[in-house]
Design a protein around this ligand. Sequence first.
Ligand code: WT7
Length: 654
Amino acid sequence: MADSDAAIEALSFEDRRFPPSPEFVNHALATDASMYDDATKDREAFWAKQAESLDWYDKWSTICEWNLPFAKWFVGGTLNVSVNALDRHVVAGKGDKVAFHWEGEPGDTRTITYAQMLDEVERFANVLKNLGVKRGDRVNIYMPMIPELPVAMLACTRIGAAHSVVFGGFSSEALRDRINDAEAKVLITADGGYRRGAASGLKVNVDVAVKETPTIEHVVVVRRTGQDVEWSEGRDHWWHDLMDDSALEKHCEPERMDSEDLLYLLYTSGTTAKPKGIMHTTGGYLTQVAFTHKYVFDLHEHEDIYWCAADIGWVTGHSYIVYGPLTNGATSVMYEGTPDFPDKDRWWSIIEKYRVSILYCAPTAIRTFMKWGTKYPDGHDLSTLRLLGSVGEPINPEAWVWYWNTIGGGRCPVVDTWWQTETGGIMISPLPGVTTLKPGSATHPLPGVVAELVDEAGKPVTVGGGYLTLTEPWPGMLRGIWGDPERYKETYWSRFEGRYFAGDGAKLDDEGYLWLLGRVDDVMNVSGHRVSTTEVESALVDHPTVAEAAVVGANDATTGQAIIAYVTLKAGETGDEAHGQRLREHVSVKIGPIAKPKTIVFTDDLPKTRSGKIMRRLLRDVAEGRALGDTTTLADAGVVEEIARRAATSPTEE
Ligand code: WT7
């Protein structure tokens, strides 16, 4: 529809409806409910049909083996992920097609075709082999957003090693713990990366981390910034030295992997202080990410220029920068930097430059752009865009409508996609040529996905609020937590019997639309990144001056939630601004800058029940400026009033 207002059919705010426009439907891959019908009729057969679009060496004998809560998909099937992502496109004559338009900082660019990707992946796979990496080993990756990152991941898949990517914004301690949990043999990194035009260091963090990682035998370093780095002879190797070695074999025969072989580990925060190594396997995961990437984004392989503006260090990047798009033979944009450098129009200039047609990003980014104003997008030609996606946190209707109008020009469906590190791929989302959209709703489970809201007692809810659960296995589901099968059962399958509990609250309206409300556990969502309250609390109490700490997530207009810490200091310590700054730095060193509290409130005491439990609910009330809820269960009701007084004057950091 040309005029966005014309698409607004209903009057009241939450009832605004955006049906797919005739122009979009004319060209869309899915335009009716037939996929939903097929999946309802026979869910397993539906997924098997999707799996058939991959290249398999041996076909599976059983589609799904479900031994609640343990699933196996495409049992007996064998395949190789790098072959699906690269070789088959090259074999089909598409070797010259661009896989990535890489836009780097400060202004570097690189265009990489499928044939070039394959060549680099094969060579780097041989490099890994020469360093002693074998099928079944784990390889850690700690890199900026440069093309060598997907090359490294795919090289692992070629030889059957599992990768464990650690986001480059994590600290050396966080890196060390993840390496040790995965018992990785090799670590791939870079000297540093660029942020807002300035070089930052990664190798320095690696040097600290690997002092305490007994399993690491080799460190491979990409020269990205040219900064000085320390070097440990025998252990450290330059990427370019290994890759340019004339003795290096060019061809690397792909390993035939079992459908259920481990593809990767990705660590995510939960309600305890120890991050969980989420396990994803080969056949089911690739099936789901390829299917969802194609149909949720309505990918037209030969026409679209697709850009997922996430970092590969998170699951969004794994599934929708690397595995989904490459398996589908898409041309993607990959961007190294931030939206505000060299100016606040960087994204829009990238879209104009590469003629991007599909954009996938997080509500935090959208709200930030709203704050900056329309002058930045208005200065660029965004007319190539035809579909917009959102992920990572609930998108508020205002942001949704702004995205629709200002970025999408009122033409582009906005697909709000709900999923998690654990689900591997998108689970709840519109199909853009089929679903009538409502701003702020992720609408319905995709074909092949069965979700249900339940109440406290686990009874299904048909209209109203409840806990989001998944009732049937899906191909991309996590297969467990690395090294801890019990924790897998306990974390996801124990709250409601026979159901996967995602940790999210949601609401169903009277037309069966799902509205995600956010986490109902002690997990915060800051700018679409998952941060554990417990992890931040442990980091704070680890500081020598801190006696006790309680952390809550408070609503924040830009980042979704902001981290607010209430800290009791040891006797004799003063809680001034400088002290707050030291504690923030400490959290940054322990976990990473994303976990830094925005506000630190120093207090002599924390509100506790008579049994000594910290009442976070009250702290959230304080943080969000609400009237205090019921305080009758508190041991000392005066404490929380004192905290509210102090919170009003505590310094915050943007
Ligand atoms: C949590 C998962 C999925 C990749 C990025 C985050 C929240 C995610 C949405 C959405 C509302 C969302 C949930 C979920 N979330 N997408 N469209 N609407 N909430 O992955 O770090 O594993 O976090 O992000 O709370 O549980 P993650």
